[in-house]
Design a protein. Structure first.
Length: 400
C-alpha cells in the first residue's frame, strides 16, 4: 500500500460515517427511505442490513445541487489535459509503475492490459489513490434515490452499495466517494464494483478503497471486459494533409488503415500508419487545426470507463507519457495555453498575495479562485472569463 493511501486512510478516518448531526430533519426523506425497504429486500438486501445502514440517515441536498449543476463555461480541451497530464502526474505515475512492478506484471499476465495503461487510469480516476471524494455513499445515494432526476438509477446503485457492505468487502464508514456514488482507487459505481471488482491479493475481499493491488487488477479487468486488445496501441497522433475535410469523422466513424493511407494521413513524425491497427476513427478534439489522432479499438475501451472522449484522451496520453513519450507534437490552437497543477498552485499563491480569499491552495481553481481571477483579469484589461491560463499567470508573475 502506498504512502499516500495510508495518509488518505488516516484523513478519512476522521470523517463521520454519516453526517446526520449536521443535516436537517426531513420527514419526506425518512418516509421515502422506509418506502424503499421492500424493493431493497427484493434486490438482496436483508432487513437487518437495511435497517443498520439507514438508521438515522439524513439527506444531503448538496448532491442534488451537483446533479443539477450546469457549468458556467465549457473547459477547453487544452485546460482539461494540462491539469490531468502534467509533469507531476507523469513522475508520480512512473514511481508507482516501479513500486508496483510485480503486481502490474501479474495483472498483465491475467488480464492482458499493460502496466502503463492501468496506472494511467489510476492517475486520472483518483490521482493514484489520493482523491476519492468526500461523500458518505449511503447518504449521497440515499438522497439521490429520493430527490431529483434519475431516482430509479440511483436506487439501483444504493442497493448495490448495500449489498457490498452486507458482503463485507468494505467497511461502512470507509464507503466514501463522489457525490454520484463512484468510490475508491478506481472510482467504480457500486454496480460496476459488483460486476468487475477483483480480489487479487487473495485475502477474501475485493477492496477498492484501501488495497492498491485489488484496485489495479480491477481496472485491468474492467478494460479487458470492455474489449481491450492485448499488445495494441490506443491510437496515434497523426498529421492531416493540407485542407483535409474532417466533417463526419469521429471515434465511431471507423475506416480501414488502408483508407486513411489513401487519404494521405501519416503519423505526426512523418512515418507510415501502423498496418496492424485494424480500423481507426479520426479524433480532432480542437478542430482540424489542432492535434489530430487516429484511435483504435483500445481507445473505445478507455472511453467506456467514463463515456467522454476528452477523458479517454487524457488516459491514453498519460499512458504514453508514462512509457517515456513526449507531449503532443501539434500545438493546441490557442495563444493562451493551459497550465499544470503546479502552475495552478502558483497562480493561487499569487492571487492570495493580491489579497484574495480563495481558500486552500489546492491547484483546483474552484469557484473562489475563478472569482478572484475575474477581478484580476478586469484590472489587467484581459478578457474576463475566470479562466486560469498561462497569459494570466505570466501577468501576475511579472507583477502586472
Ligand atoms: Ca483483496
Amino acid at each position: 500500500m502506498s504512502k499516500h493511501t495510508l495518509f488518505l486512510t488516516a484523513a478519512l478516518a476522521c470523517l463521520p460515517a454519516f453526517a446526520q448531526t449536521t443535516a436537517p430533519e426531513s420527514p419526506e426523506f425518512t418516509q421515502c427511505i422506509a418506502g424503499l425497504q421492500g424493493a431493497a429486500r427484493s434486490a438482496g438486501v436483508s432487513t437487518a442490513t437495511y435497517e443498520r445502514l439507514t438508521q438515522d440517515l439524513a439527506p444531503d441536498m448538496s448532491v442534488i445541487e451537483k446533479l443539477n449543476f450546469q457549468p458556467e463555461f465549457r473547459t477547453a480541451i487544452w485546460d482539461y489535459l494540462a491539469g490531468l497530464v502534467d509533469e507531476e502526474r507523469v513522475q508520480e505515475g512512473q514511481a508507482l509503475l516501479a513500486r508496483h512492478a510485480d503486481t502490474l506484471q501479474r495483472v498483465e499476465q491475467r488480464f492482458g492490459v499493460d502496466p502503463a495503461t492501468v496506472v494511467a487510469v489510476w492517475g486520472v480516476e483518483s490521482n493514484f489513490g489520493q482523491t476519492f471524494g468526500k461523500y458518505p455513499l449511503m447518504q449521497a445515494l440515499g438522497t439521490l434515490s429520493c430527490f431529483g432526476r434519475r431516482q430509479a438509477y440511483f436506487r439501483g446503485e444504493l442497493f448495490a452499495a448495500m449489498r457490498i457492505l452486507q458482503k463485507g468487502d468494505i467497511a461502512p464508514e470507509r464507503l466514501v466517494g463522489s457525490w454520484a456514488g463512484a468510490f475508491g482507487h478506481t472510482q467504480f459505481m457500486p454496480s460496476t464494483f459488483e460486476r468487475l471488482a477483483v480480489d487479487f491479493d487473495g485475502d477474501g475481499r475485493a477492496d477498492l478503497m484501501d488495497n492498491a493491488t485489488d484496485a489495479l487488477a480491477s481496472t485491468a479487468n474492467f478494460l479487458a471486459k470492455a474489449g481491450w486488445r492485448t499488445g495494441q496501441a490506443w491510437g496515434v497522433e497523426v498529421k492531416l494533409p493540407e485542407g483535409f475535410n474532417t466533417s463526419g469523422e469521429g471515434r465511431r466513424s471507423k475506416r480501414a488503415i488502408s483508407e486513411w493511407n489513401a487519404r494521405g494521413l501519416k503519423q505526426v513524425d512523418g512515418s507510415a500508419l501502423p498496418a496492424d491497427a485494424g480500423s481507426a476513427g479520426l479524433l480532432t478534439p480542437a478542430g482540424a487545426t489542432g492535434p489530430a489522432f487516429l484511435v483504435f479499438r483500445n481507445f473505445d475501451a478507455l472511453y467506456s470507463y467514463n463515456a467522454a472522449e476528452s477523458y479517454g484522451l487524457a488516459i491514453a496520453h498519460l499512458s504514453d507519457r508514462l512509457r517515456g513519450g513526449g507531449p503532443f507534437v501539434t500545438p493546441w490552437p490557442t495563444d493562451d495555453p493551459g497550465i499544470s497543477r503546479a502552475e495552478r498552485r502558483e497562480l493561487q499563491g499569487l492571487l492570495i498575495l493580491r489579497g484574495h480569499d480563495i481558500g486552500e491552495v489546492d491547484g483546483m481553481l474552484g469557484e473562489r479562485s475563478r472569482a478572484a481571477i475575474r477581478v484580476e483579469q478586469q484590472k489587467l484589461g484581459q478578457e474576463v472569463n475566470g479562466r486560469g491560463g498561462l497569459k494570466l499567470l505570466k501577468s501576475l508573475r511579472s507583477g502586472g
